[in-house]
Design a protein around this ligand. Structure first.
Ligand code: TXA
Ligand code: MG
Length: 342
């Protein structure tokens, strides 16, 4: 299959790109598109056959459910029911935006493979002009995971999607680099207390201001039924092993020395504060303490490592405040919990 990349930078001049994408989706094909978080790979959420193509293109395990994307709030009544009051409040406050709500699924509405047989469904309205225009022209819910090969970092550029899925999907809408760079916050409204299953751009602090106490699921919870990404499968992993390390220039220098003494090559992914350290490769997460920039740059940095001959990747840990919780959640998964000890 030939994969076309179409640049969609200005709504008024790109009518034909949307028509092409809408036509493909209606025909039961998959299309990659940008959102404010990462690129998604979409299919009509009511077609089991179309949704199956997402799993096939990504190599995604069948028991990992997909997020349903909508262009207007009214659409959710077609496939959810008994929506808790606090969930309504969150939709009004944070949609469109990087917040996915887990809600009760109305039986026999969506294709079974969207929800992996669960009686709940994850829903969000993305805050990106291209995604919203596509969804609004289509007027149907779209199931869309991140548009990466399963296990790899999510794509923040159309090139990343092409790198992972070329030949497997017909169309990528290229809307440039995504803003947030980390996937949406996933919050479960089916459990007694609203529970964050995956931290993201809408932080715990932001949620608690609006709805009061919110729990955070440990990533080791629910190993058998993956309620949230990365709880069971490898995620965000470059080809070479990632190690977390203390946020200290001296410690990273010592680690580099040790790695070099073993004739190995090392990449450092860190804020510019660490750029003077003489490793073999350095991929910047921006200025020190700018967590928004770090989130935006993280997946590109992890992907950059795969273009090198590096043996080990070191990442000094960041603060877990605000969006730092989401960044550290992804890094802990990328490292599979490994720390570099000197
Ligand atoms: O920002 C995002 O959320 C991006 C863009 C494309 O919207 N999408 C994304 O999808 O990250 P994905 O599939 O890579 O991650 C969604 C995760 C799934 O892995 C799944 O574990 C969780 O959300 N999820 C979906 N439905 C669920 C459900 N009913 N119950 C619990 N978790 C669910
Ligand atoms: Mg994903």
């Amino acid at each position: 299959m030939k994969t076309t990349i179409t640049i969609v930078d200005n709504l008024s001049t790109n009518k034909s790109s949307y028509t092409q994408a809408v036509d493909l989706l209606i025909k039961g094909e998959v299309v990659a598109f940008p959102t404010e978080t990462v690129y998604g790979l979409g299919a009509i959420a009511t077609s089991e056959e179309a949704v199956a193509k997402i799993f096939e293109a990504k190599g995604r395990p069948q028991d990992n459910p997909l997020i349903v994307h909508i262009g207007s709030k009214e659409e959710i009544s077609a496939f959810t029911h008994d929506i808790p009051k606090l969930a309504e409040v969150c939709m009004d406050m944070f949609w469109p935006g990087p917040l996915t709500l887990i809600l009760p699924l109305k039986p026999d509405t969506l294709a079974k493979n969207v929800t992996a047989g669960l009686q709940t469904v994850g829903v969000r309205m993305p805050e990106h002009s291209v995604a919203l225009e596509l969804l609004r022209q289509l007027k149907q819910p779209v199931a869309a995971p991140s548009a990466n090969k399963s296990g790899k970092p999510s794509p923040t550029k159309a090139e990343h999607v092409f790198h992972d899925l070329a030949g497997k999907i017909p169309l990528i809408l290229d809307g440039g680099t995504t803003g947030i760079g980390l996937e949406s916050t996933v919050i479960d409204f089916v459990s007694d207390t609203p529970t964050i299953l995956r931290p993201g751009g809408v932080t715990k602090e932001m949620l608690e201001k609006v709805i009061g106490q919110v729990s955070v699921a440990k990533s080791t919870d629910h190993e058998d039924a993956p309620r949230a990404p990365g709880m069971k499968y490898a995620h965000y992993a470059p080809d070479s092993p990632v190690y977390l390390i203390e946020n200290s220039i001296t410690k990273v220098q010592q680690a580099v020395k040790k790695i070099h003494s073993e004739q190995k090559k090392v990449a450092i992914i860190a804020s510019d504060l660490f750029s003077q350290i003489k490793g073999d490769y350095f991929f910047s997460l921006g200025k020190e303490n700018q967590l928004g920039d770090a989130g935006h740059l993280l997946y590109q940095a992890l992907r950059n490592c795969d273009e090198t001959d590096v043996d080990i990747i070191l990442v000094p840990v960041l603060s877990k405040e605000g969006v730092g919780m989401a960044i550290m959640n992804r890094l802990e998964k990328a490292a599979n919990g490994k720390w570099f000890h000197i």
